[in-house]
Design a protein around this ligand. Structure first.
Ligand SMILES: [Zn+2]
Length: 61
């Protein structure tokens, strides 16, 4: 088995389930980063508060 390195937390892992991340949580982290960093869609009214309260992740193994 090949080990991969999670781009979010840097952990080595072998699971392909959430690739390229080690876990759902890291996939979520990357997604939210991507969404926040790439908010450049023109013509979209900023009528929604971009505030999402941090939710606890029960799947923390
Ligand atoms: Zn990770």
């Amino acid at each position: 088995m090949k080990k991969k390195k999670c781009p979010v937390c840097g952990a080595l892992f072998v699971s392909d389930e959430f690739k390229p991340f080690c876990s759902k949580r890291c996939a979520d982290v990357d997604l939210s980063r991507w969404l926040k960093g790439g908010y450049s869609i023109p013509g979209r009214p900023a009528d929604q508060a971009d505030e999402v309260p941090g939710r606890p992740d029960p799947s923390d193994a």
